[in-house]
Design a protein. Structure first.
Length: 168
């Protein structure tokens, strides 16, 4: 399997594990906390928004169009419950998988234009790695919030994914 696809599948697995865990304790989804984010819902929204932006960017969409469409997401997501949020993540993951599968060479060079940071020459594989790392970081925020609220987190390290797929 192509490495970028496996990493992305890990990311999807880890997000699914978080959603399964949160559904067992739905009262924490929107509960306000004093933390880096004000709630688990806000962390998930941030994760989704960033993943949405990066998919549009690696697909070659102009930055101004990406920003305009990403700003509209906030209103849409304010009304989503945990099931709606999970469904949005699943739909976005299918688009990512389709993108990855459509690439002949994930290590090929691509150029990302950003109005503040300039032009970045990188590969699709590196950008997928960034999306996965970003998700890992913020799943840690969710675990910290859950612990702050008196709940256990969910183990989503890459090694647990490898064990899970080896047993299926």
């Amino acid at each position: 399997m192509e490495h970028s696809l496996q990493l992305y599948q890990y990311h999807v697995w880890a997000n699914n594990e978080i959603f399964k865990h949160l559904k067992q304790i739905p009262e924490v989804y929107s509960q306000e906390v004093k933390s880096v984010f004000s709630s688990v819902k806000e962390v998930l929204y941030h994760m989704y928004q960033v993943e949405y932006v990066w998919l549009r960017a690696i697909s070659g969409d102009p930055f101004n169009e990406i920003v305009a469409s990403a700003q509209k997401l906030k209103e849409e997501f304010n009304e989503k419950d945990i099931d709606g949020m999970e469904e949005s993540f699943l739909q976005l993951s299918e688009k990512y998988k389709a993108f990855i599968n459509s690439q002949e060479d994930m290590n090929g060079s691509t150029s990302i234009q950003h109005p503040h940071f300039g032009t970045l020459q990188t590969s699709y594989a590196e950008l997928i790695q960034h999306v996965v790392n970003h998700g890992t970081y913020h799943r840690g925020n969710i675990t910290a919030i859950l612990r702050q609220l008196g709940y256990n987190g969910k183990a989503t390290d890459y090694i647990f994914y490898l064990y899970a797929i080896s047993q299926s």
